[in-house]
Design a protein around this ligand. Structure first.
Ligand code: HSE
Length: 307
């Protein structure tokens, strides 16, 4: 019987502009690796060299595994080995990648055969550790891969295969981010929105879905327009307006905040000059005296068993 299993899960970008908490896209920029090992000694133990909470109740993977142990009444202790590669706190679904890998690994370790919606539901519990509340956009993308739509009550994830030529440039600014960054950036968004903003976001969100269905990267990119969340959050990203303006001028179809930020993501396709867009984004951050790392990436598959 298997006693140890390793799963890698991808980074992701949430929202894609108008799809706040609903849209997610797995991206091949980074992968977190989680190894679960059954132990004779009861309880959950975290083993990692990374600067993340070691207390399982405060750790994304720890929360997921503890919940699954309780739910499925498994008897073993579990050691969770965590290798983080997705930078934490930059809007790239770092906690979600660990949570997704943990849920998928636990499912395989005990041969539970859970369906994708349940895996996402368990992985979502891990988001509580960093965001303070559960949202499924990043975890759904990390579990399933590709483009996902989160349908709530009851939770159901709809997956659409992205166009093969879709490319993104992500600029990750060298900023000191608050420890509970997602919680902080969720606190600035409006509680109420006006009808015209809602119509605008609904219109763009709908055309993003059509873009994915029709494998039309240009339509996807041109619909990345958010008049609700981006205006409320952009003050938290020095240089955001310059980064966006520069990337659009360099040929990006659309630009927005990646998830809760502070990374900025530009949407394009592989025939476009992606290097030029990356450089334009770097210059934008430079105008705010910030360095950044740029990553050209494409959609990723979901969480995968390594061994
Ligand atoms: N949809 C979430 C947000 C993603 O924007 O707050 C953050 O992980």
């Amino acid at each position: 019987m298997t006693s140890t299993i390793t799963v890698a899960a991808p980074s992701s970008t949430a929202n894609l502009g108008p799809g706040f908490d609903v849209f997610g896209l797995a991206v091949n920029a980074f992968y977190d690796e989680i190894t679960l090992t059954k132990k004779k000694t009861k309880g959950v133990k975290i083993v990692t060299d990374d600067d993340i909470p070691k207390n399982p109740d405060k750790n994304t993977s720890g929360l997921v595994v503890k919940t699954m142990i309780k739910k499925f009444k498994t008897k073993d202790g579990i050691e969770i080995k965590i290798k983080k590669n997705v930078p934490a706190g930059f809007g790239l679904g770092s906690s979600a990648a660990s949570a997704a890998a943990s849920a998928v690994a636990f499912d395989k370790l005990y041969n539970l055969g859970l369906n994708e919606n349940l895996l996402v539901e368990f992985a979502g519990i891990g988001e509580k550790a960093s965001a303070g509340s559960i949202h499924y956009d990043n975890v759904a993308a990390s579990v399933l891969g590709g483009f996902v739509i989160v349908k709530t009550s009851p939770l159901e994830i709809i997956k659409i295969k992205p166009p093969s030529d879709l490319r993104m440039c992500i600029a990750v600014p060298k900023l000191k981010v608050p420890k509970k960054k997602t919680k902080v950036s969720r606190s600035v968004i409006p509680k109420k929105i006006d009808l015209s903003s809602s119509i605008s976001n609904l219109s763009n969100a709908s055309t993003i879905v059509v873009g994915f269905m029709n494998k039309d990267s240009e339509l996807i990119g041109k619909s990345i327009k958010d008049v609700i969340i981006e205006p409320a959050r952009k003050h938290m990203i020095p240089g955001f307006s310059a980064v966006k303006k520069n990337a659009l001028k360099a040929g990006a179809f659309g630009v927005t905040i990646s998830g809760a930020g502070p990374s900025v993501i530009a949407f394009s396709k592989n025939s476009k000059n992606l290097e030029k867009i990356s450089q334009a984004m770097t210059k934008g951050f430079e105008s705010a005296k910030l360095e950044c790392q740029t990553i050209i990436c494409k959609p990723s598959v979901g969480a995968k068993i390594k061994k």
